[in-house]
Design a protein around this ligand. Structure first.
Ligand SMILES: Cc1ncc(C[n+]2csc(CCOP(=O)(O)OP(=O)(O)O)c2C)c(N)n1
Ligand code: SF4
Ligand SMILES: [Mg+2]
Length: 294
């Protein structure tokens, strides 16, 4: 049972069961929480408002289970399908005006450091591709140039899903959508490469199909952002509605798109500073294991 996360007594009788379970049996304050804990609680309440089978919901659940320090994490969202989920997750979160998310996160991270000097506070931006690479690109890049210490996660569904399927910079070349009938004229913007060149110390591109991989990447990204510099994760969360797939077909779509040679094949970039930080962590873990067995 969580000590720091409590429900106000006045509200207990109106809270959804998922929230009550979360406080009673959730993994907050557990140092080794991860996707293996699925089933003990639901960090994203089951009756969320995304389309049935939307891969954004799977990705959200994998991420929520993997955040290393949820009780001291603030997430910053932006307008889009992702913002339908934020009212239903059990982590502090702020909704920002479309595109402003990395500017808001910058101020928040700095303010939290002043307000809570003795406590580690993690900030995680989670926004769609339209918010990250189109309308918010200026704010995204400026936060990376300045080496602001937070993680940016882009749910890349390669279009503007929430407004009916307009073209985004991350859409594939030639793709036709309901509100982009001419077809995309230029290549998918290479945001992972731009992130690396703009100062990110850790960058990963992937799908949400493998919970263990999502866990590893999220933990690395959050810890590197805490200690070294900005981190960026781009996750393919296909909009099944716009690409004409059934609710059960999202997982296969992600698997197909992460095959060798495909655009979401797992890739990561780790700066030398981030690598030596990760090596130090691994050494520490090894030493703790040896100490525990002797
Ligand atoms: C300042 C502003 N501009 C435009 C919009 C309209 N709008 C709402 S959601 C959206 C698209 C979101 O696309 P994306 O960021 O890719 O998220 P998705 O819905 O695909 O998850 C747009 C253009 C808005 N709400 N606010
Ligand atoms: S419109 Fe697409 S991205 Fe949005 S909830 Fe539905 S399937 Fe998911
Ligand atoms: Mg999108």
């Amino acid at each position: 049972m969580a000590n720091r996360i409590q429900i106000n007594k006045e509200f207990v009788d109106i809270m959804p069961q998922d929230y009550l379970d979360l406080v009673e049996t959730g993994t907050f304050e557990s140092p080794n929480r991860g996707w293996k804990d699925f089933g003990t609680a639901t960090e994203l309440i089951a009756e969320h408002s995304l389309c049935a089978g939307c891969p954004e919901s799977i990705a959200f659940r994998h991420i929520m289970a993997s955040i290393p320090n949820p009780e001291d994490t603030v997430m910053v969202g932006s307008t889009g399908c992702t913002s339908l989920v934020f009212p239903m997750i059990a982590v502090h979160n702020i909704h920002s005006l479309f595109g402003n998310q990395n500017a808001i996160a910058t101020g928040l991270k700095r303010a939290l450091a002043v307000r809570f000097p003795d406590r580690v506070k993690d900030v995680i931006v989670l926004a769609g591709d339209g918010a990250t690479v189109d309308i918010g690109l200026d704010m995204t890049l400026q936060s990376w140039f300045r080496k602001e210490r937070f993680t940016t996660i882009c749910f890349d569904n390669e279009l503007y899903a929430n407004t009916g399927g307009q073209e985004s910079g991350l859409m594939q070349k030639g793709f036709l959508a309901k509100m982009a009938p001419v077809g995309k004229r230029f290549d998918k913007v290479r945001l992972p490469e731009i992130a690396r060149e703009s100062g990110c110390d850790y960058v990963a591109i992937m799908t949400a199909s493998k919970p263990s991989l999502v866990e590893k990447v999220i933990k690395q990204a959050v810890l590197i952002a805490r200690e070294v510099g900005p981190t960026y994760i781009q996750i393919y969360t296909p909009c099944i509605l716009e690409i004409g797939k059934q609710s059960m077909e999202g997982l296969q779509e992600m698997r197909t798109s992460e095959a060798p040679g495909e655009r979401f094949k797992f890739r990561e970039f780790i700066s030398p500073e981030a690598q030596s930080f990760l090596d130090g962590l691994a050494e520490k873990k090894k030493a703790e294991k040896i100490a525990a067995t002797t």
